[in-house]
Design a protein around this ligand. Structure first.
Ligand SMILES: [Zn+2]
Length: 245
């Protein structure tokens, strides 16, 4: 249980400034880049040895007739931080959905640019990860792809709240309407994967919404400037994994 909780914290990328100072330094470029993650510490071995690693290119999908995802939205947004790895919003209260007969509750969401997962060989300029956990601390990540197009009204208050400095945790003044982050068509691709950041822990249930949503080129530029560099782990091999829709 304790183990699971620490995994959850890492999954959240929720390093507080204090933790970040003592944690092994990993990144997306230079000596701490993804191909070196496993060399940075014993606790990162799964990044190299794992057989269920994320992200992946979603292709050769099996028709499992999965029903659309039923999500319950009632979130109170709490804080936003640019932790140097991503921009992350922590939430309280509990948006949730049922998966495999269990409730998975939203803990945080964060962004990658460009996208980490691909859909049929296609990368997207932005991908949001909504990290949920069940009562045992097992994780389910719901991913939403963004393509450039119409301005995303839901993102506007979030972008306005981007902290000016890294590791500064800002309390969000405005709650976000998370329902409108999601495409109206709630069908998704499902597979088993891992955290896309060290320690690359496996056993994560991944659900990627099939339909992308949009953001404007200007909004994308704000994300790219805030993150300063790409924060996508390279694609990982499937090793015979099955993707179901
Ligand atoms: Zn992520």
């Amino acid at each position: 249980m304790k183990m699971k909780r620490s995994v959850l914290l890492l999954a959240c990328l929720a390093f507080s400034p204090v933790q970040a100072a003592s944690a092994i330094h990993w990144s997306y470029e230079g000596q701490g880049s993804p191909e070196h993650w496993a060399d940075l510490g014993n606790e990162f071995q799964t990044c190299k040895k794992g057989q269920y690693q994320s992200p992946i290119d979603v292709k050769q999908v099996i028709d499992g007739k999965l029903p659309p995802l039923g999500m319950n939205f009632h979130t109170a947004t709490q804080t936003i931080v640019n932790n140097g790895h991503t921009i992350q919003v922590t939430v309280k209260d509990s948006d949730d959905f049922m998966l495999d007969g269990e409730a998975f509750v939203l803990k945080q969401f964060h962004f990658h640019t460009p996208s980490e997962n691909h859909l049929f060989g296609q990368s997207f300029p932005l991908e949001a990860h909504f990290v949920h956990a069940n009562a045992q601390g097992e994780l389910a990540v719901v991913a939403v792809m963004f393509k450039t197009g119409a301005e995303n009204k839901t993102l506007a208050p979030l972008i306005a709240a981007f902290p000016a400095e890294e590791d500064r945790i800002e309390v969000m003044k405005q709650n976000l309407d998370l329902a409108s982050f999601f495409p109206s068509d709630r069908h998704y691709y499902r597979f088993s994967g891992s955290l896309t950041t060290p320690p690359c822990t496996e056993g994560v249930r991944w659900l990627i919404m099939k339909q992308p949503v949009t953001l404007s080129a200007g909004q994308l530029a704000v994300f790219e400037q805030a993150l300063k560099h790409a924060n996508n782990r390279p694609l990982q091999p499937l090793h015979g994994r099955v993707i179901v829709e």
